[in-house]
Design a protein around this ligand. Structure first.
Ligand SMILES: C[S@@+](CC[C@H](N)C(=O)[O-])C[C@H]1O[C@@H](n2cnc3c(N)ncnc32)[C@H](O)[C@@H]1O
Length: 283
């Protein structure tokens, strides 16, 4: 097994600071945002992880106060997991939640986090187009949660990410490891709007289209793009398109527009899936 770096959020910082206040000399904590547990030693100078990484109490306070990014621990240094993307002029960060992290791009979270964990959000998206099989296109990689989940039953998943900054966040996210380690997943860096034109007619059994909000990526909600998705989807195939809360007034116009354009693109049936905050379109 490769040695993975220690990644911490305010959740683990809180545990460690409380243990120190209670004069504990060792405590169990997750070194990878709740995926596994290790025992660390505590002293007056700070925390030592089993791999020798050290975080002092001043650094730990800094981690505890950060609610929009996690931290990478390297030796005795901590680095916020955050980049300014030259490609898109947007700040991307790996944002902690109580369980599965999300990504923040230009202030927008890339998964649902209100009363739901990003992994439950992912399961709902995938469940909307089960069974997932054959060749799958995931138009917007993000942290790779949909690609990783689809790869459990698909033969192959092709996933596209526009922003190298977002890919960097995935690379540092313990929950995104499958994206880099699962041979069934092929990652492409580029603009989905352009790359879809390079795929042959009727290539994919399933398409997962999980774009950023309309205001960040309007072209991914356009009729031109939907017609390409229709063209590259196999007959009998299904498209899941995340749009946002179908019941909310604010997304009403976007939802109505998307439904209309999907039908115009040729999809025979377009069904609202409120629980997954999206629609399923059938060819
Ligand atoms: C909502 S997130 C996707 C979340 C992903 N499905 C997951 O499970 O983690 C949207 C992603 O699309 C990327 N993106 C934005 N515009 C894009 C484009 N034109 N082509 C491909 N990816 C794009 C963003 O950088 C972001 O990482």
């Amino acid at each position: 097994m490769p040695a993975y770096p220690v990644v911490l959020s305010y959740i683990q910082a809180e545990t460690l600071l409380t243990a120190h206040r209670n004069e504990k000399t060792s405590v169990e904590v997750s070194p990878d945002l709740n995926l596994s547990i290790v025992t660390v030693t505590l002293s007056d100078s700070g925390v030592t992880f089993p791999g020798g990484e050290r975080v002092n109490w001043r650094q730990m306070e800094q981690i505890r106060k950060a609610d929009v990014n996690c931290f990478l621990v390297e030796g005795d240094e901590i680095q916020p997991i955050r980049v300014f993307s030259e490609q898109t002029n947007r700040v991307c960060s790996l944002m902690p939640t109580k369980q599965t992290p999300t990504m923040l791009i230009a202030g927008f979270t890339m998964h649902r986090i209100v009363d739901i964990d990003p992994m439950q959000d992912t399961r709902k998206k995938i469940a909307a187009i089960t069974p997932i099989m054959g060749l799958v296109l995931d138009t917007a990689t993000g942290l790779g949660y949909t690609a990783i989940a689809a790869a459990k039953t698909a033969e192959q998943v092709v996933t596209i990410e526009l922003d190298p900054g977002a890919q960097e966040m995935a690379r540092l996210n313990p929950w995104s490891r499958g994206l880099f380690e699962n041979p069934k997943i092929q990652q492409l860096i580029g603009d989905a709007y352009e790359l879809v034109t390079t795929f042959g007619d009727e290539s994919f059994d399933r398409i997962i289209h999980d774009p950023p909000v309309f205001s960040l990526a309007g072209e991914l909600y356009s009729g031109v793009f939907y017609r390409e998705l229709y063209r590259i989807l196999k007959r009998g195939g299904r498209l899941f398109h995340y749009i946002g809360n179908l019941e909310s007034k604010s997304s009403g116009t976007v939802v109505r527009g998307a439904l209309k354009r999907l039908q115009e693109a040729g999809f025979t049936r377009v069904v609202r899936r409120s629980e997954a905050f999206g629609v399923v379109a059938y060819k």
